[in-house]
Write a protein that binds this ligand. Structure first.
Ligand code: CA
Ligand code: CA
Length: 139
């Protein structure tokens, strides 16, 4: 699990990323799961109502440490903009950190990469609303 300090670091990284974009990033830490990680991530995406952002530009970083599974998925709005292999590339980077047991580092790298993409395609407007909370969500 992540330490208190790491949870704060992640929240601050999301806040920092969202300073440059209207997009919304969330991190979800699940318990052990069975079945396909992408199906589960899609389910969580809905549960957290991440499909309700105005520009459909929410990004979910999903992780089940117990099952050693993770995924990163974006909503329809961002998926029409980023290259096809975009999430895969971020996943590869995260995996490198996770393999060394550096979970917080992997998450921070993913937040940074997702934030940069969101910033490119969905710049923040002056009257931006924080549509989704920035803290790490635990099941
Ligand atoms: Ca926002
Ligand atoms: Ca947010």
């Amino acid at each position: 699990m992540l330490s208190t300090e790491e949870n704060i670091q992640i929240k601050q990284a999301i806040e920092a990323a969202e300073l440059h974009t209207s997009g919304e990033i969330r991190v979800f830490m699940d318990i052990a799961i069975e079945g396909e990680v992408l199906d589960r991530a899609a389910e969580v995406f809905k549960e957290l109502e991440m499909h309700k952002t105005a520009e459909r530009n929410g990004v979910l970083i999903y992780l089940s440490m117990e099952s050693k599974k993770f995924a990163i998925i974006g909503d329809a709005g961002i998926n029409t903009k980023v290259p096809l292999n975009f999430w895969e590339e971020i996943k590869t980077e995260m995996q490198a950190s996770f393999k060394e047991g550096k979970f917080a580092q992997g998450l921070l790298r993913a937040i940074d990469a997702a934030g940069k993409a969101l910033g490119t395609y969905f710049p923040r407007s002056e009257n931006d609303v924080d549509e989704l909370p920035n803290d790490v969500v635990y099941r």
